[in-house]
Design a protein around this ligand. Sequence first.
Ligand code: UDP
Length: 335
Amino acid sequence: MKLLLLGAGGFLGSHIVELMIARGDHEIIGADISDAKLAGIEGSNFEFIKADLMGNTEFVEDLIKNADVVVDLISMPNPSLYVSDPLKIFNVTFRRNLEVVDLCVKHQKRLIQYSTSEIYGRPQANTYQEDITPLVMGPVTNQRWIYAVSKQMLERVIHAYSLRDELDYSIIRPFNAIGPRLDYLVESGTMGGPRVVAHFVSALLEAGPMYLVDGGLQRRSFTAVQDASSAFATVLDSPEAHNQIYHYGNPGNDTSIKGLAELMLEISEELTGKPSGAYLEVVDAEKFYGKGYEDTTRVPPDISKLRSIGWEPKVSLRQTLTETLGYYMRQRGRL
Ligand code: UDP
């Protein structure tokens, strides 16, 4: 089969490309505006097209026409941007992806759409189940919810198309995937920007502050990127995954953000044999993100649906953080 990966140059995309090259059983066409995260990733079944997919509908249509399965990874998972540029988030997350959905309907292609765990909004259950748990957002004036609502609307449109036009889809809702090539590093001490693990890596490399937004008691269930990629493969391969929504996440890796910081401090010392000099510092959410942010504690996902078609997360939080930190330390010549 010919798989088209839109957003192949991102964190998740680059790891899926690696896995699919190793498998070698499908032809992979990747498209993205950047190939930086794909440096050194090559395979005889992989072709990369560097292109700005925004506002380039004809080009995207040609790519979709020539594919068997379309994997839509186009996204901006960056809470800072939800607050500072909500319309950009809407345009990419909803408008752009809606065009992809429309084209998959027009050309009758299978669509694997990446969504988000953010979709659950405020916690209102002990665990999240794909087809049961309500989606509860904060007020419009907390513009951070625009990402979650854009993804929610996209999911609803996809489902509606499956009912009317028999669109063949699978939706994947990732829960905080982490690993090498995650986001980007900023100068330590920067407010906002990338997600928490990238921030903490910068602090550890530069002996800077590890900011605990509002005290860091909020929780996340982090998933190793290898498990994230194998979740993709399971959904791709399973005959039962058609017109279904799946989580991937690792309830065994559930931690508070403070716990994450403490574990990363410990791992850094284990890797280098000396204290990093980084330190914990509590910061107010509005100072870190600006006005319009609202935090959430995310309860661990129910992953029984994806388990029922053969997937199992295997990598512990300690292991994936060791790999991630090790990757950045080697890149900076620290190991
Ligand atoms: N956070 C933090 N320090 C940072 C960056 C983020 O305490 O340097 C918090 C943030 O407020 C949130 C959690 O860490 O509660 C996870 O944030 P992230 O941006 O990684 O992703 P999210 O899961 O919110 O999409």
